[in-house]
Design a protein around this ligand. Structure first.
Ligand SMILES: NC(=O)c1ccc[n+]([C@@H]2O[C@H](COP(=O)([O-])OP(=O)(O)OC[C@H]3O[C@@H](n4cnc5c(N)ncnc54)[C@H](O)[C@@H]3O)[C@@H](O)[C@H]2O)c1
Length: 377
């Protein structure tokens, strides 16, 4: 059984929670990375490492490879290059010719966003962009790397093939970290010679502006892999949250889907339009959640108040289950190809100038939030 805990809490004291907290580059503002640590699978079952007598890798990770240099991989690679205080080389490879070079060119935008957010000084950002490089093959990108980020499309056979290739060409002490949005790390580690070095490190887009990364080991992940991953993320200014085990959607997407299901329910029932629901979320509990989190909000409200609210509200909440998914609203958008911003329309129309304005607003708000975080947050 997994006991929840956070770094520094009594129950976590002897666990894998010694994720260091500060690792900011000179010229950066202080942003605290914290691990919502839970006991790792190895705690229950002892050392499950398949590494035999190999000593646990230690020291700084100074060579990082990124496989799949698209929206997420490009942002993750750029952030490692820009935010790690120690010297690092980040090499990107993409199956699409020119894909890695495009990502390196776009790293300038990441640098500008971090400068704009007050996270990096302009001269530091410019200097660190030189840490990025491209490779022409999988063998070349992984050469000398001790940490590999997999960010290829969310297709299980594609990812499994990448992991089999990586397992073949990299040593057993090279961490293989997947940015999968929802696959079980056990399925990625399946049939590998060295499954113990596989872990999920799930970012949120845009990777360089959202601090948290969900770190999800599988039952056979060696504890040093999870710890080293969390340490690297922390060194790069992220807030790693280590989960006790895999569940579909991890934590954040489960919470977001619960909210979205209820939002659809309210629109269907004629209670509020999408515009009103967006307004309510943005200007009421949204900002407060960013400061407190749901359990702290409940403690501030009073648990008696929450008990009364749950009695009153829960019977009326959406009760849709798996057989109702995907909901008709989403299915019809998918069928008509109105997929949101990327196709120019979704729930709302998205002309380019509107996309630009809302992207700027989002980046400004996220940058402000990032800059406003303190070491003791
Ligand atoms: N988009 C998001 O907001 C988001 C958020 C969190 C996690 N993720 C996850 O990140 C991963 C990547 O998503 P994305 O949005 O960056 O997709 P993307 O399409 O922007 O990037 C994927 C890249 O991988 C390349 N690629 C395809 N097959 C490859 C292979 N076999 N080897 C090497 N490169 C290959 C593609 O050319 C492309 O450049 C997915 O697993 C996705 O679920 C996405």
């Amino acid at each position: 059984m997994v006991t929840p805990g956070v770094a520094g809490s009594p129950q976590s004291a002897s666990r894998h929670c010694d994720v260091p907290t500060t690792r900011l580059p000179p010229g950066s503002v202080a942003i605290h990375a914290v691990s919502a640590c839970l006991p790792l699978p190895g705690d229950q079952d002892g050392n499950r490492s398949t590494l035999g007598t190999m000593s646990t890798p230690s020291g700084l990770i100074d060579r990082i490879a990124v496989i799949g240099a698209g929206f997420m991989g490009g942002g993750i690679g750029a952030e490692f290059a820009l935010r790690l205080e120690h010297d690092v080389r980040v090499t990107l490879w993409d199956a699409r010719p020119g894909g890695a070079a495009t990502a390196v060119a776009r790293a300038r935008e990441v640098a500008d966003a971090l400068v704009e957010a007050g996270i990096l000084l302009p001269e530091v950002a410019t200097r660190r962009l030189a840490r990025l490089a491209t490779a022409d093959t999988l063998a070349e990108v992984t050469d000398g790397a001790s940490y590999v980020v997999e960010a290829v499309p969310e297709d299980l056979p594609t990812k499994q093939e990448v992991f089999r290739d990586l397992d073949r060409i990299t040593g057993p002490d090279v961490i293989l970290a997947s940015n999968t949005s929802g696959f079980d790390p056990a399925d990625l580690a399946k049939d590998l010679s060295h499954p113990a070095r596989v872990v999920v490190a799930h970012y949120f887009g845009p990777a360089f502006l959202i601090p948290l990364v969900e770190v999800v080991p599988h039952p056979g992940t060696d504890p040093w892999v999870t710890e080293r991953t969390a340490k690297l993320l922390s060194d790069a200014g992220k807030r790693p949250a280590v989960l006790g085990r895999f569940v579909p959607g991890f934590v954040a997407n489960r919470l977001q889907q619960a909210l979205f299901r209820e939002a659809l329910h309210l629109v269907r029932d004629g209670v509020a339009t999408p515009e009103v629901i967006d307004e309510v979320a943005r200007f009421s509990f949204g900002p407060r959640l960013a400061a407190l989190g749901p359990f702290t909000v409940a403690d501030f409200a009073g648990l008696d108040v929450y008990a009364a609210l749950s009695t009153n509200v829960w019977p009326d909440l959406s009760a849709e289950t798996a057989s109702d998914a995907p909901p008709a609203e989403l299915a019809s958008h998918v069928a008509s190809g109105t997929l949101g911003v990327k196709t120019g329309a979704g729930t709302y129309p998205w002309p380019p100038e509107q996309v630009q304005a809302v992207t700027a607003r989002r980046n400004r708000a996220l940058g402000d939030a990032l800059r406003g975080m303190r070491d003791d947050d």
